[in-house]
Design a protein around this ligand. Structure first.
Ligand SMILES: Cc1cc2nc3c(=O)[nH]c(=O)nc-3n(C[C@H](O)[C@H](O)[C@H](O)COP(=O)(O)OP(=O)(O)OC[C@H]3O[C@@H](n4cnc5c(N)ncnc54)[C@H](O)[C@@H]3O)c2cc1C
Length: 416
């Protein structure tokens, strides 16, 4: 028999959990402090990318990050502050950013990326492709020989995992982009990657869930929980109490605040990124691309174009550091010189907060302190890529089924 499941957070992770739990016959309520019209799950680059099998915490990232921090226009920034959670997170990140840990984390990350990618094809046909999902792959483009070498090594590693790649010269990349000039040394195409319009995906999920009987409590903030021994029996909100058999915490960068109310302390920092979206672009890209030297993501979404990037670890806020946004725009123009776009007014710059675990793997699973609390979060730069798989795994856990993959690497208590 279906259970009464309450999900905290209506981002892409919460909604995909709701999607699979609803399919699994559970009675689902999603509590969301906003109204599911904006937020991190809306303005991102929209990649569903098995090509991203290297976790964020990887060798060399710490040294590179420290170098980048010296520049106000670099793609990475940590705001120095005396914050014990940030220090603990930083230490755990540092301990994870080595060859051995990365090699251990690649297989589970690869498994969940592929699980999600194939579920997205099912979702596309079940929901109808109202979210502009396009299965044309994604380019990793480079200008320097050093980046080329690195990307070719990654392509070889991808091949060992069974991921197809196509190594292309600058001229071959240009042939695949007939509308715009591309000035690159070359690129690697990952044909398995696809992309979608994340805002349209969220809207589609929202109406599908509402039509399917999922209760969405919008403009409602979770402020605490009612416990009975090692069970959570109610969720306290600013609009009243909601009973639950099972609780799923999927509150993105706010997971620490929500979980703290249950005495659960998760290491997680918000990593801010920006994007700019242009509508009805006269001459647009045909393929999404990561401009690797500049860590900038370009996504054509039908007639629209989005460019985004940067990682700022500066707490939960929506302050815009304009120099970093200008760097995104400059990178785009540097790779695609005749792109018909200009730098926008500040009010058209979007920012969102990636929920970052210290090792680059998500947290998915039950917490041993309670018999009915499951967490799904910390998906960092892969929330869209991993949402479908995460939702399915959460449904399998709550329904007592064998999970589609081994879950050990995603354990929610792995940092103690
Ligand atoms: C610039 C940028 C580009 C990106 N590009 C990609 C990409 O191409 N591909 C990809 O896979 N990922 C990408 N990401 C990452 C992706 O956007 C995130 O991983 C994902 O959106 C996180 O989803 P979430 O549901 O965990 O969190 P969120 O979307 O933040 O949702 C959490 C929700 O919980 C709600 N909430 C919090 N606290 C409470 C409370 N107390 N009560 C009620 N509700 C609460 C919040 O309002 C929020 O709506 C990108 C991110 C950025 C910033």
């Amino acid at each position: 028999m279906g259970k009464q499941v309450t999900i905290v957070g209506g981002g892409v992770i919460g909604l995909c959990c709701a999607y699979y739990l609803n399919k699994g016959g559970h009675e689902v309520t999603v509590i969301e402090k906003g109204d599911i019209t904006n937020g991190t799950s809306f303005g991102n680059a929209g990649y569903v990318s098995p090509s991203h099998f290297i976790p964020l915490a990887s060798p060399g990232i710490v040294a590179k990050g420290l170098r980048w921090m010296l520049s106000s226009s670099s793609p990475f920034y940590i705001k120095p502050r005396m914050n014990i959670d940030l220090i603990r997170w930083g230490m755990a990140f540092y301990r994870s950013a080595n060859e051995k840990t990365m090699e251990k984390h690649i297989p589970p990350l690869n498994d969940i990326l592929h699980l999600s990618r194939s579920l997205m094809t099912d979702m596309k046909s079940e929901l109808g492709n109202q979210f502009r999902m396009a299965e044309v792959g994604c380019f990793m483009l480079y200008k320097s020989t050093a980046t080329e070498k690195h990307e070719l090594e990654l392509a070889a590693q991808a091949a060992r995992l069974g991921i197809e790649t196509k190594v292309l010269t600058g001229a071959q990349v240009q042939d695949m982009e007939p509308e715009v000039e591309v000035t690159v040394r070359g690129g690697v195409l990952y044909p398995i990657d696809c992309h979608l319009h994340p805002g349209d995906f969220m809207k589609t999920l929202k109406s599908h869930l509402q039509a399917g009987g999922v209760k969405l409590m919008l403009q409602t903030t979770v402020t605490g929980f009612e416990k009975n021994g090692n069970r959570v029996q109610g969720v306290i909100t600013d609009q009243g109490k909601v009973a639950c058999d099972e609780l799923v915490i999927a509150s993105g960068s706010w997971i620490p605040q929500v979980a703290d109310q249950l005495g659960i302390h998760l290491l997680l920092q918000a990593g801010k990124g920006y994007s700019i979206t242009y509508t009805d672009v006269e001459k647009n890209l045909h393929h999404p691309a990561i401009l690797v030297d500049d860590r900038t993501a370009m996504t054509p979404m039908g007639k629209d174009l989005r460019m985004g990037g940067t990682m700022e670890i500066s707490g939960i806020n929506d302050h815009i550091l304009i120099k970093r946004v200008q760097s995104i725009f400059r990178a785009a123009k540097n790779y695609y010189p005749n792109l018909p776009v200009s730098f926008p007014e500040t009010d058209r710059i979007w920012s969102g907060l990636r929920p970052l675990s210290p090792d680059g793997l998500p947290y998915i699973g039950r917490h041993s302190k309670y018999t009915n609390v499951t967490i799904s979060g910390g998906h960092a730069m892969l929330g869209i890529s991993l949402a479908a798989g995460s939702g399915k795994l959460v449904e399998e856990i709550l329904s007592g089924k064998k999970t589609s993959m081994d879950m050990e690497a995603f354990g929610v208590e792995r940092f103690g």
